[in-house]
Design a protein around this ligand. Structure first.
Ligand SMILES: *Cc1c(COP(=O)(O)O)cnc(C)c1O
Length: 356
């Protein structure tokens, strides 16, 4: 039995894997594989339509929002957003809280003026800045809701009249919030929604009217909307896996239900680590991520020993990102509480043995 703490691609519900593997051999009793049906068939259209409808339902999106399933991962959104909405005459505001947010504003600078309103780089991105001002004349304000690598998470929505653009790749559908406050949301699917290869984009229809024209079709959101995410062959299988995961989440009770479980997992992990002297939590308490918990050990020599103990227990994906070091426990929606219980028990044992 494995405990999968991978940061992404990451754990998905077992029943999603089972259903997806059946569909590879025989999709909906058609005698065909999901991998060989045309995308412009009623069979696939129903998969895409249901996926869009489930996203809207689970997130409580209002009628002004369009949901797209696109290629290119979240990294494509780093430049596609400014390509559509920015120009040399316009300015966008960015919050710099980690590796992904930095990439996002650097890409944006190729298309227009960028103002980084605050950064936590001074302390190795171990906190989320507060008290910064978002310039009123910005076309949009971009931030990363959960910093996957650094283990910080924004637990509130910034109060501003500037249109909000958020990279929600690693915490989308994990906790309830008023998603309608956002003008633009994007997320690579491979952390909380489904298989790698598809990217979810949620955009406000009115904001879309302000998009630049003359763009390559595949990078033009308006064309994607007009064509219902079928401008070209969509990532059929990846979307299908999203649909199954969204069905699973709905059956479980939706975002509210998963949020209770995610809170329980994060509380158990953080309160355990706080009590154990061999471990260290580098992130400011109020900014801790409920999806990716980052920790180190006071004695770096012990880190290798701990990692090999984890391996013996079937725990995978625990090494911190190369830019941070230490450990990272990713606790996405599909990670069961039992996996967090297992690692906290191991940590307690380890601390008893090596902590002095
Ligand atoms: C993983 C991740 C990305 C990168 O996603 P790709 O799909 O690999 O481009 C971007 N932003 C955040 C917050 C992430 O967690």
């Amino acid at each position: 039995m494995k405990h999968n703490f991978n940061a992404g691609p990451s754990i998905l519900p077992k029943e999603v894997f089972e259903e997806a593997s059946r569909a590879i051999l025989n999709f909906n009793d058609t005698g065909l594989s999901i991998l060989e049906i045309g995308h412009r068939t009623p069979l696939f259209e129903s998969v895409l339509n249901e996926s869009v409808a489930l996203m809207k339902e689970l997130m409580g999106l209002d009628a002004n929002k369009e949901v797209l399933f696109l290629h290119g991962g979240a990294s494509t959104q780093f430049f596609q957003v400014p390509m559509n909405f920015l120009s040399k005459e316009k300015k966008a505001a960015y919050l710099d809280c980690g590796v992904w947010g930095t990439k996002a504003y650097k890409e944006a600078a190729q298309f227009g003026r960028v103002e980084v309103v605050a950064s936590s780089k001074d302390k190795n991105y171990s906190y989320i800045p507060s008290g910064y001002a978002i310039p009123e004349d910005a076309t949009y304000f971009h931030y990363t809701t959960n910093n996957t690598i650094e283990g910080t998470q924004m637990h509130h929505i910034p109060d501003t009249s500037v249109p909000l653009v958020a990279d929600m790749s690693s915490d989308i559908l994990s906790c309830s919030m008023d998603f309608n406050k956002f003008t633009f949301i994007y997320a690579g699917a491979q952390k909380n929604i489904g298989a790698a290869g598809v990217n979810i984009v949620i955009v406000d229809k009115k904001f879309l009217q302000s998009a630049n024209s003359g763009l390559p079709s595949m990078l033009d959101y308006r064309q994607h909307v007009e064509n219902g995410s079928m401008l070209n062959t969509p990532p059929v299988f990846a979307i299908y896996v999203c649909m199954l995961t969204l069905r699973w989440l709905k059956k479980l009770g939706g975002i509210q239900a998963i949020e209770r479980l995610n809170n329980e997992k994060a509380n158990l992990l953080y309160t355990t680590i706080e009590e154990l002297p061999v471990f260290h939590l580098p992130v400011a308490k109020e900014n801790r991520s409920k999806m990716n918990a980052v920790f180190t050990m006071h004695d770096a020599e012990l880190e290798k020993v701990f990692l090999s103990r984890c391996k013996e227990e079937g725990m995978v994906g625990l090494s911190g990102h190369r830019s941070v070091g230490g450990f990272r426990v990713s606790m996405y929606n599909a990670l069961p509480l039992s996996s967090v219980v297992a690692i906290t028990e191991l940590m307690k044992d380890f601390s008893n043995k090596y902590g002095s």
